[in-house]
Ligand binder design. Structure first.
Ligand code: PLP
Length: 425
């Protein structure tokens, strides 16, 4: 856009995009979509075009958009007590901590405002746990993603998030995911913890294997390491259980006994209200004592009210079962499409409503070899009225609301089918 053009020539979308171009730090390569409002699993752009939202704002809009009960809860709580800081008690935070403990196991919770901050708390917990013995090192996995803070990028097993921010915070090493032998041989006398995602999200929707989880638990017990679980993307019932280890280990007799030592939560926990949390298992729940950690906003009355309402609605409406059922239906449909388009689709991966379509790294029919396949597919899906999330160069993710309907799943499959058909022709 040039400034010599009369203002009336610009569309609302162009005007908004121009504000970003001039005034917002360009950390994101954004798609040219300007969204205005949402309802359930649909969003509308400023020109009134409707999109089926299969990305859920990256696994955040857990009950879809503008859920009437969340709107009511937020507005009522805003009119009662929005914020009071952590120098005082209030009912919501205590209640929410109990609800999370009830769903995971004996321990305690801390509340933050994002996933990166939740993980930051887990790194501090591990440092505190090992400090008297001089142990500090945390081993994470290649292709993992743990947030954008300085410790978060140090923990993340992807070079692209670290470049330009050296020196990287020391004390983190990365090993291949789902490789127990590699983890075992990486453990040093300085190691204090292992952190993994149950299903790697940014790393292309890669679920951990059941053997890996059981092996990691045994390794941590043997070497007195904390097993830190990043449940930011794969948690909150997305895989059919509150945390994904229960989904991964569901057919194992001893699966019930598996517990990490600490778990981070964010994304879906607030359904769009910015929020994070971590849970710490007994007997480590009091390691972070008074003055050792804190946050101004974390666990505010407003945040806790909406998080409590989300848990209530998920439970009342059996949305864990809906996630498993709709996820199964979506996966089955995607497998049919994978068989129909073998030149394009390599594999369908994931669990519940966390599903990745792995495209062939190069698709000649797309006609643009310079731009990653994932972005080109996502853009074509936008043109056909559906939002999805790219994950790396050739995976496209579905992370929809847990209350998605069978009709919406059918619609998603139909849009994908016609989009792939249109590439061929
Ligand atoms: C998104 C994400 C984070 C970071 O959460 P933010 O709220 O963006 O700070 C950390 N870990 C995983 C697995 C994530 O998907």
């Amino acid at each position: 856009m040039t400034t010599s053009e009369p203002a009336s020539v610009s569309s609302p979308a162009e005007t908004i995009q121009s504000l970003f171009e001039h005034h917002v730090v360009p950390t994101y390569g954004r798609f040219p979509l300007t969204l205005d409002r949402g309802k359930g699993s649909y969003v509308w752009d400023v020109d009134g075009r409707r999109y089926l939202d299969m990305g859920g704002g990256i696994a955040v809009n857990v009950l879809g958009h503008a859920h009437p009960e969340l709107v009511k809860t937020l507005s009522e709580q805003a009119g009662t007590l929005m914020h009071c800081c952590n120098l005082y008690y209030h009912q919501g935070q205590g209640e929410l901590a109990k609800q999370i403990v009830d769903r995971i196991g004996p321990g305690k919770c801390f509340f933050s405002n994002s996933g990166a901050e939740a993980n930051e708390g887990l790194f501090k917990l591990a440092r505190k746990f090992g400090c008297e013995e001089g142990r500090f090192e945390i081993i994470t996995c290649q292709q993992s993603f743990h947030g954008r803070t300085m410790a978060g990028i140090a923990a993340t097993g992807q070079d692209k998030v670290k470049q330009g921010f050296e020196p990287i915070m020391p004390g983190f090493r990365h090993v291949p995911f789902n490789d127990l032998a590699a983890m075992k041989s990486a453990i040093s006398p300085a190691t204090v913890a292992i952190m993994i995602e149950g299903v790697q999200g940014e790393g292309g929707i890669q679920p951990a294997s059941s053997e890996y989880l059981k092996g990691l638990r045994a390794l941590c017990d043997e070497h007195r390491l904390l097993l830190l679980w990043d449940g930011v993307q794969c948690g909150h019932y997305r895989t059919g259980n509150f945390q994904s280890y229960a989904s991964i280990l569901k057919d194992h007799e001893d699966g019930e006994a598996f517990l990490p030592d600490a778990i981070s939560l964010a994304k879906s926990i607030g359904g769009g209200f910015p929020m994070g949390a971590f849970w710490v298992r007994e007997p480590y729940q009091d390691l972070l004592g008074p003055g050792s950690h804190g946050t101004t906003f974390g666990g505010s009355p407003l945040a806790c009210s909406v998080a409590l309402k989300i848990l209530e609605v998920i439970e009342r409406d059996s949305l864990d079962q809906n996630a498993a059922r709709m996820g199964g239906m979506l996966t089955k449909g995607l497998q049919v499409l994978a068989a129909k388009f073998p030149d394009y689709i390599q594999e369908i991966r994931g669990m519940g409503l966390m599903i990745g379509i792995v495209f062939k790294p190069e698709i000649a029919d797309l006609g643009n070899t310079a731009r990653p396949v994932s972005l080109q597919i996502v853009e074509r899906l936008h043109a056909n009225g559906m939002l999805t999330i790219p994950s790396g160069a050739h995976v496209v993710r579905f992370l929809p609301a847990l209350n998605i309907s069978a009709a919406e799943v059918e619609e998603a499959l139909s849009i994908l089918n016609s989009t792939l058909e249109s590439i061929t022709s």
